[in-house]
Design a protein around this ligand. Structure first.
Ligand code: CTP
Ligand code: MG
Length: 233
């Protein structure tokens, strides 16, 4: 099943504390964003990439895309202040049929595999919206400040990842309604959830980490060295 993908690279990487956008940091000698883009570049089902960057970094990303021969980037979009705005701006430059499938993916998740992309794409085609997620390993406490209120039932908890996949008409309508309601979600499917529409979970991989804090870089470097991702791609 063919799809297009909006890849997000317009964050600042504050929690990484590297003093620059974390997707530009090098892993195995090449920028994180290139590792991510290569997965889509090499996936025959991917028919186009929209890359969302901050306006003042766009030239830098354009050069990387050229230098590393990423040919599927059809458009660049300027990012917004919040991730959700960046997604909205990325979606608005997409040209595709309203029932076609669009994926939204964090540039900071370079370990995504073609196998999982295919699964989440199929699920979105069937259900309208789908996400990759993994069962939560930790016991999660709900607290008010530092006072524990309750322990959540782990068996029903999933940690959301990207890509999240949609029929284009579904995610466009979800953004329209969220803007009207001033709703900000922390992921993309939450905009669809609030409309009461179905969202399907597809079990992903614990390897599909998002590079968020410095220790994630150490783990990512290990994944790269072990080459564990290649047999899944
Ligand atoms: N992102 C984006 N536009 C924003 C914020 C985030 O495109 N306004 C992107 C990031 O580049 C990243 C992905 O969304 O690939 C996931 O966000 P996150 O992990 O929060 O990255 P940052 O916002 O860069 O990091 P931090 O929150 O620590 O500053
Ligand atoms: Mg952020």
């Amino acid at each position: 099943m063919n799809y297009q993908v909006v890849v997000l690279a317009a964050g600042q990487g504050r929690r990484m504390g590297a003093g620059e956008n974390k997707v530009l940091l090098r892993l195995d000698g090449c920028p994180v964003i290139i590792h991510t883009l290569r997965v889509f570049e090499n996936d025959p089902s991917c028919s186009g990439i929209v890359l969302v960057t901050q306006e003042d970094e766009q030239d830098q990303f354009r050069m990387l895309v050229e230098d590393y021969h990423i040919t599927k980037v059809r458009a660049f979009a300027d990012g917004g202040k919040e991730r959700q705005e960046s997604v909205y701006l990325g979606l608005s430059v997409l040209t595709m049929a309203s029932d076609a499938i669009v994926l939204i993916h964090d540039g900071a998740r370079p370990f995504i595999t073609r196998k999982h992309i295919a699964k989440v794409t199929e699920a979105a085609a069937e259900h309208g919206a789908a996400l990759l997620a993994v069962p939560v390993k930790d016991t999660i406490k709900k607290a008010a400040g530092f006072r524990v209120e309750k322990t959540l039932e782990r068996r029903s908890l999933w940690a959301a990842q990207t890509p999240q996949a949609f029929r284009l008409s579904v995610i466009r309508e979800a953004h329209r309604e969220s803007i009207e309601a001033h709703f900000m979600g922390t992921d993309d499917v939450s905009l669809v959830e609030r409309m009461g529409l179905p969202v399907r979970i597809v079990e992903g991989s614990y390897r599909n980490i998002k590079l968020t804090t410095p220790e994630d870089l150490v783990i990512a470097q290990l994944f790269m060295e072990k080459g564990g991702m290649t047999n899944e791609n």
